[in-house]
Ligand binder design. Sequence first.
Ligand code: GLC
Length: 756
Amino acid sequence: MQEVKTQRQVEILWAVLVGAVLWAGPGLGADPVRTGGDGESAVRIENLLERMTLEEKLSQLTQRSGDDIDDADTPEARQKTEAFLATIRGAQMGSFLNVHGAERVNRLQRVAVEESRLGIPLIFGLDVIHGYKTIFPIPLAETCSWDPDLVTRAAAVAATEARAAGIHWTFAPMVDIARDPRWGRVAEGAGEDPYLGAVMAAARVRGFQGEDPAAADRLLACAKHFCAYGGAEAGRDYNTVDVSERTLREVYLPPFKAAVDAGVGTFMSAFNDLNGIPATANPFILTEVLRQKWGFEGFVVSDWDSIGELVQHGIAASPADSARLAITAGVDMDMCSFVYRAHLAEEIRSGRISETVIDRAVRRVLKAKARLGLFEHPYVDPQREAQVCLTPEHLALAREVARSSIVLLKNHDDLLPLGKDLGTIAVLGPLADNRKDPFGTWAGIGGWGEAVDVLAGVRSAVSKETRVLHAKGCELEGNDRSGFVEALTVAKQADAVVLVVGEGQAMSGEAHCRTSLGLPGVQRDLVETVHAIGVPVVVVLMNGRPLSIGWTAEHVPAILETWHLGNECGHAVADVLFGDFNPSGKLPITFPRNVGQVPIYYYHKNTGRPPADNDGFTSKYLDTPTTPLFPFGYGLSYTTFGYADLEVSARKIPPGGEVTISAVVANKGKRPGHEIVQLYVRDVVASVSPPVKRLRGFRRIFLAPGETKRVSFTLACADLGLYNAEMKYVTEPGEFRVWIGPSSAEGLEGRFEVTK
Ligand code: GLC
């Protein structure tokens, strides 16, 4: 009778086979020349697994925060630190987060590698979301560049600085699609669109990981938060998510799939309940989709205590239950719940789970450590950190990214760019002389001591003869208007006012949601009051989410959306204000007229009664237009781009065929500039109701004054697909409409048909 081999026996046989191949030399497969090659590390991992106790395995699946080291030179501090180091010597965890600095990391790593029984290196993780020491614009801002190469370069700089500080693994990119700006974490992602979100997810993974995450300037990346965390009801963080499988597959999953295709090393499971099964215990997404459908081979870490929180969700009766549910669903490492280490040994002894489930998870973690080269090079050169952080080159790139992240929302009568030789400029507002708030959320250890605020940026940009005056006017929050008097006094002396308003660093980000999308405090009153004196006003917005700035948009002649731009905020804003850079950013998320419109996004369905001005019984409001304040993909320039001569390569294409759509874009103004040309598609009739538009391509082009360029997009049938009633991804025959234009709200239209 054929002997049935257990999974374990197969793995051991495989390891022996691989070992034999290595021994036999290059002629038989694995490359013995490159130390640590896949074959060699596979053997090492199997050998380790063989030797590990169950407790040591569960420790590899445990991550804790490293804030227990006290550097004070007191007996208490020394005792506390020694107790902490003893947990490492006892191999009670496999990973730390929130420990950074080459010396500090090396100190802990040395204990793990040289004093623990098996010497397995630790993996150190940190939220390097938009920079380590050099802070780049928040991801939502960076996405306004629609420049994946630029985004990749920024992530690579973040990786260079973080790896030099001993970090191996960043909990980024955050790839959650978000359509509700009340949600604080909209700041961390790439906005509302799955196509743009997927492009940015892949770009960030490539930047962090490069060709080889073992390199001294690369990190392992982490696609988070898996999944649909951005769909939190009411825009309230950690709240319930209940979406159809079709919305899950069409909207929330594509950026995660793009991260897998880009080779992302890890995933992070989300806090939220997902259609009744919390994401951290959800076999459908963690195993069926991520492993079986997508073939992901990295490891999954939970979000902070999200395993322990399964008890709060009400699907686990105890921490032991939550540990079993999570590891069985496919969460490999426990971030700070400590329930794996506390309860899984008993779960195995009781037979409620098999040790092969533990071995599977440990193997994934050890493979990631091998992929990072930690077995060969567990320590970091302490000299590098000071050499590579906040260098002029990194700051120059931060300035380039910041400039490309700025969106020109309004420029009535070409008020902008301002002259550098104006007599007097007044720089007003609570964010004008402010270096910290422009760092935005998740700027942890950024070097804002070296940051440049708008006031400094303006001062460094204008002529020596120009007087630059400043007044704060008001605080970010509160009802105190007493500062208005000083602001008006200053403004009345000026030829132009630059008024910097918006949100502070702590008004967006995790657990920082808002029920209002207006300017906080009395800032809108400050805008209205300053505008009333008749001096030309440029409003510079700094915010971590779309804001409903209806009054400002209607009355103020010029508005720059600058988000939270990081270290080089002041220089980048000045570069745009005075025309040294022609703004080219486009919105990756819709700006509502007011919070009552939320959720509002371009990728919407037509409904059976689309809004019609002359018919009350259609899908609209009594008190607000149904159109947004500013649409997805919108952004102006100091020049004017014209679109003409749309061409569709074929009126009909067969199933499996492709079609090329192109148009001529012209720079009709006097300034050179970038334009982000966008391609949208609509499936006119489908077996399930189709969205009115879907982004299917974009190109960032540069045109000199008078220059024209034909921009082409080629679509394959697979780019036109949908999930039908049976949840199969298909491209159905029929009519398609296409647009090429400057935003989701306008463009040249064409048509073609996919035949049967
Ligand atoms: C937080 C966040 C997650 C982050 C993790 C570690 O709760 O949800 O994005 O990576 O904890 O800081």
